[in-house]
Design a binder for this molecule. Structure first.
Ligand code: ADP
Ligand code: MG
Length: 317
């Protein structure tokens, strides 16, 4: 279907170095919603997704501090909590921005599960750091007590828990959201889906699903969702205006309109950071291979212009 999926990165939701309060989160979101309302006013299908790294980190810490009174929840439950929290935040701030523009669309949060394969190699190689840094003695205890995998981060001088980051395979609520969008031509709704990459679940022999201790890359999940819905444009919104080559080095060059082949070649040359810009580029290439028409990497201030082809890094199929 024609339409746009906007995947919001941590920066649209969380101010680095801020106090982490709810008021601050609302203020940060208020900066993002006016451009989303502008996009919504055009009446096209609009689907939103978002990251959840800082929010999961905060919940892990809450669990840790409260553990003597309230048993900690597993990672899949924390994923669901962050979808609820961030979805509600977007609903709270986007709705008045729509009303101000006279746009009558309902913003709807869908608790979303992402199927992963139980045999994904990531389960034997946990790689995604979550939560806070621990001194060595604590790391030893946590490893023993909970069976956590821990890695040492030399730069920060501490140990961190790592969890598997398997590839997203399927979005379980996809059919339901597709029929919702098709029933109205798409213009009555703004669904918020696959927050934080979706809650990771594996299929059991009886066909039901079970949550697992893992996290899914939100950019790869957004790409999967966009392909499953047959969306035309995938826009990944982050804290830099696009993708650069020689990023942070002499000769740094911000990419504007590039071909799929050029982007793939830059990726192979290692131009994009692992775990940051790299997965965005992979997500975009997979989207364009899977029927998507246009892929954009940009930031909030440039989003409207990027959608008009005047800013950001843009790649056409
Ligand atoms: P998000 O929370 O939006 O997913 P990330 O931190 O994962 O944000 O990814 C965005 C970051 O990627 C940028 O802030 C930048 O530091 C980093 N990055 C790594 N390589 C590049 C590159 N080649 N061009 C632009 N940014 C890059
Ligand atoms: Mg990221």
């Amino acid at each position: 279907m024609p339409g746009i999926l906007v995947a919001l990165g941590g920066n649209a939701l969380h101010r680095a170095g801020g106090n982490g309060s709810w008021g601050e989160a609302r203020g940060q979101m208020r900066l993002a919603v006016s451009v989303l309302a502008e996009v919504a006013a055009a009446g096209e299908v609009l689907v939103l997704s978002h990251g959840n790294g800082p929010q999961v980190g905060a919940l892990l810490r809450q669990n840790e501090l409260a553990a003597r009174e309230i048993p900690p929840r597993p990672m899949d439950v924390l994923g669901a909590e962050t979808q609820g929290q961030i979805g509600y935040l977007i609903q709270t701030e986007l709705t008045p921005a729509l009303v101000r523009r006279g746009v009558r669309r309902t913003v709807l949060t869908v608790i979303s599960r992402t199927e992963v394969s139980a045999t994904d190699a990531a389960f034997s190689h946990p790689s995604k750091p979550v939560g806070r840094y621990y001194p060595e003695d604590d790391a030893r205890v946590l490893r023993k007590q909970y069976g956590w995998s821990m890695v040492y981060d030399g730069a920060r001088g501490g140990w961190r828990r790592v969890v598997p980051s398997p590839r997203p395979v399927r979005w379980i609520e996809g059919d339901a959201v597709r029929s919702l969008l098709e029933s109205s031509g798409g213009s009555n709704w703004i669904p918020i889906v696959a927050g934080g990459g979706g809650i990771p679940v594996v299929r059991r022999p009886d066909g039901t699903f079970e949550g697992v201790e893992a996290v899914i890359d939100k950019d790869l999940a957004a790409s999967m969702v966009a392909r499953e819905l047959g969306i035309r444009t995938l826009a990944i919104v982050t804290d830099v205006p696009g993708a650069a080559v020689s990023f942070g080095k002499r000769g740094e060059r911000w990419l504007t309109q590039v071909s799929k082949q050029e982007l793939a070649d830059f990726y192979k040359r290692g131009e994009f950071g692992d775990g940051s810009m790299g997965p965005k580029v992979v997500a975009g290439l997979e989207f364009l291979e899977g029927g998507g028409r246009r892929f954009i990497i940009t930031d909030i201030p440039s989003l409207a212009r990027a959608l008009r082809g005047e800013a950001g890094t843009r790649v056409d199929a």
